[in-house]
Write a protein of this length. Sequence first.
Length: 203
Amino acid sequence: MIYNRIVKRLLDIVLSVVLLIVLSPIFVVIVVVLYVFQGNPVIFGQVRLGWKGKKFKIYKFRTMKVDAEELKSQFTEQEKEEYEQNLKLKHDKRVTVVGRILRRTSLDELPQLWNILKGDMSFTGPRPIVEVELEKYAGQKEKFLSLKPGLIGYWQAYCKPSTTYSERVEMELYYIENESFWFDIRIFFKSIATVIRKAIVAI
C-alpha cells in the first residue's frame, strides 16, 4: 500500500524531526523535574512488538516507582484480577505524583518521537503491546502485527473509561481494516482534543 509504505513514512520522518526540535525545551523541563523529584532513570524503556512481530524498545518518561515490577507482589486479589484482565490498573499505586500528571497530559509519551524517527513506530496505528498481550488477539495475531504500532490510535482517541481490553482489541483491528489518510487525520485531531480535555481535568 503506497500510503502506508511511502507517504505515511515520509510524514512520520518530517513530523518527528520538527516536533523533536520544537518540543526540545519541554523535554528539558520534564527531565529536570523528573530528576529532582524521582531521581534516575528519567527514561523508561520496555520491549514491545512491532511490525510483523519485530521486537523493539519503546521509550517513555518514567512515571512509576523504580521497583514497580517488585511491587506487583503487593497487589490485592481485586487488583490482581483487574491486572490480569486489562494488564493495567485504573488506580495504580506504583505511579508517582509527577508520573500521574505526565500520564494525564500524555507528556510521558513524548520520547516515542524517537521511536517514530527510527522507524519502529508511526504517528498513528495500533498501540505497541508487550509479548504476553498478543494472546488477547487469538486468531487475529498476524493481522494485528501487519501495521507498525502508533503513538496515537483509534482505540486511544475513541475509547471510554469503561472500555474493556476485548473491546480495545476490536477497535485496534477495526483501525487496521480501515486505515487510510483521512482516517488517520480524524484520529489525529480527535487525539489532540482528548489530550486537551484530560489536561484540563488534571489541572
